[in-house]
Design a protein around this ligand. Structure first.
Ligand SMILES: Cc1cc2nc3c(=O)[nH]c(=O)nc-3n(C[C@H](O)[C@H](O)[C@H](O)COP(=O)(O)O)c2cc1C
Length: 211
């Protein structure tokens, strides 16, 4: 089973990236395949609402997004992290979310995949929960199955950091990151066990209505 992690920071040496990598490392130790995608390295244009994806499985904009969508489609679980910018997700991640419309419009490609969220911010309470909520709302609209963090049992991994690397000093925050990894691993194992007992899943993705 495969876990894809997306770091939504604009910085290559980002705290967000450290958090996402930490989750992927735990997943790898549990025997899962992993892939890291750092949006700081990718060219991501804005969705122009051109409706090309209404009639084609593709996108009219030719940049780095399609390779990210392909990686998401192949994943069993997707963990997405973002820095907090003015109480919400980064613009780069927002642009990527809008560009995932072809996945929704062409048979709900992310349906039933496990989804988890991570957030960091310069203030202890600077809006990280809103960031997590932004990511969860995208996951729910893509029909994904959202999980939080095990035993700390809230919304996912939440840290406090300002400069690159600060996140490593946030022991309490890192615990929620580690627990998010455990929840992903546990849920994937449960999913694998139930699919091998009962054959293919009985529910099928809904045909989207409207968007
Ligand atoms: C434009 C901008 C807006 C920000 N807004 C917030 C904010 O609303 N709340 C907060 O806690 N931190 C805010 N920060 C601080 C970043 O979240 C913080 O530096 C974080 O460590 C960045 O994560 P990264 O290293 O993964 O990029 C902001 C930073 C920038 C550049």
């Amino acid at each position: 089973m495969r876990v894809v992690g997306v770091s939504g920071s604009h910085r290559r040496d980002a705290n967000t990236r450290i958090m996402v990598e930490r989750v992927l490392e735990a997943c790898k130790k549990a025997g899962l395949e992993t892939e890291l995608i750092t949006l700081a390295d990718r060219k991501i244009g804005y969705c122009t609402n051109c409706d090309y994806c209404k009639t084609n499985y593709g996108c009219s904009i030719k940049d780095d997004v399609w390779s990210i969508l392909t990686a998401m489609e192949k994943a069993d679980a997707i963990v997405i992290g973002s820095p907090t910018y003015f109480g919400g997700i980064s613009g780069r991640l927002r642009s990527l979310f809008d560009r995932t419309l072809p996945l929704r419009r062409n048979g709900m490609k992310l349906s039933a995949k496990i989804g988890a969220a991570l957030a960091t911010g310069g203030s202890r309470n600077g809006g990280q929960e809103y960031v997590i909520s932004d990511i969860h709302r995208w996951m729910l609209i893509q029909e994904m199955t959202v999980v939080g963090d095990k035993t700390t049992a809230h919304f996912g991994g939440i840290c406090n950091s300002r400069n690159p690397g600060d996140v490593l000093n946030d022991e309490i925050g890192l615990k929620t990151v580690d627990n998010t990894a455990q929840r992903i691993i546990e849920t994937l194992k449960q999913k694998k066990a139930s699919s091998s007992c009962s054959g293919p899943p009985k529910t099928s993705p809904s045909n989207h209505q409207g968007r």
